[in-house]
Design a protein around this ligand. Sequence first.
Ligand code: ARG
Length: 575
Amino acid sequence: MTDPQLVLTERVQQALGAAFGAEYTDADPLIRPSQFADYQANVAMSLSKRLRRAPREVAQEIADRLADFPGTVEVSGPGFLNITLSDDWITAQANETLADPRAGVAQTGSPQIVVIDYSAPNAAKEMHVGHLRTTIVGDALARVHEHIGNRVIRQNHLGDWGTPFGMLIEHLLDIGEKAAVAQLEAGEGNAYYQAARAKFDSDPEFNRRARSRVVTLQAEEPETMRLWHIFMNATVRYFNKVYTQLGVTLTDDDIAGESMYNPVLAQVCDELQERGIAVISDGALCVFPPGFTGREGQPLPFMIRKSDGGYGYATTDMATIRYRVQDLKADRLLYVIGATQAQHMSMLFASARIAGWLPDHVHAEHVQIGSVLGSDGKMFKTRSGESVKLLELLDEAEVRAAEVIRDSDYGDEERREIAHAVGMGAVKYADLSVSHDSEYVFDFDRMLALTGNTGPYLQYAQARIRSIFRKGGVDPAQATGPIVIGHPAERALALRLLGFGAAVAEMAENSAPHKLASYLFDTASAFTTFFENCPVLKSDVDPAVRASRLALCALTLRVLDTGLGLLGVPVPDRM
Ligand code: ARG
């Protein structure tokens, strides 16, 4: 463990135990970065009441127990502990991290099976920016869990089943397979849906055909299934275009859509009914999980079979849990889904717990995704009010990215590649750098800015380090130091770099990509200060200092590359 804040937490907890008794070793030492020292611990103030002693006295007791600490500990003010690490300690840890190919990121000794439900666009409708965000956040979580040694099973729970498919299939017959496929592959799912819907509402004959098609679909009759496959394959080809352009790790093997559960829905309902977990209420089959009540205090139903006998979203989702726990053997379930579905998700988890399908040792979590808004603060739409075509949006990001990098001397091919990396990096990082459950406004200018906490800023930071190595004719892998600390900016950068492992662990533990993002941003900022103050390649730099600074550059590069890789943000060689 190298993260200074974690090391300090452990040391102060030991001191608390030694000073006040074992029951104090799990108190939070409240350690924060400080402007007066490296860190400040505020635990003495919070413990003084419980101990009935003056905070300064408590602080002094703790400080006395930290005598062999690699640095200095001072009591200040009403009872703060100001903690400064010794340069020797930082240097030793930095060199250890430099020698570690994983740059301080631990690999778990007890791998878990983590099942991650993400992306999950609906085939009957256009994939929208909300799906873009669940895709990007879910993919980052998948990458980070794999990196720390967990086994990840991706589940793309496509909306590929249900009553709308009756009219979608009949429309396919009307316009012909070829035309339908072309339209769907081009991402015109919305127009396709609307045309089918219009006929469904106005043409009784079409309406009748669509309804009877639903019946043959539910029965998985072969010809209907053939048509359904044509529709779905074309739609999935469009989704795959979006995934490829974004550089998302989802493949066709990860598809586990609603249709997959069709054969078990009746059984799900029967079992829950037989065991008395679900009961008939107004003709519908419902679970009433405790703690969920409506406005008048009446128990809220989690409806797993409608009164007309139809199954819905709740039915399939009960089946997803059972499958993921019993068949996939999940230790942890992540559902990366819009925050607007919070109530559905908590009723689902509660119902599954009652049914025994979600045992206590399995951790289930709704990773709530906040809405993406337009500049008017409403749901993101085009000017004409239609939903935005994702491929067009991604293309626009690349065109605008090309503007950002305009004044360099790249050839067309290289410029296109860089614009692609920068455009996708900007869009993805915008989704990842804010807490996943908060809303944010989609704004190209802001996400493409070369300053501030943006994808392009971080991409530029790593590209600049690469160019230092190119200019110096040094391979980063050969920059083995040793790191020595002279200038305060070197010290500050080294201290930052020691925190990488903890930042990655925190992202995985709390499903919080924005924590890693802000760590990377702080690291890039520390690097900028270092680079402005500490010449690396200038001829008058002492060879040992040069070697140390190149090593700091190399470690920064590794941390930024690995970190951006875990977020799924591409790292262009040049920018
Ligand atoms: N298709 C759904 C939507 O677009 C999301 C499905 C999420 N996954 C799940 N297991 N419910 O809103």
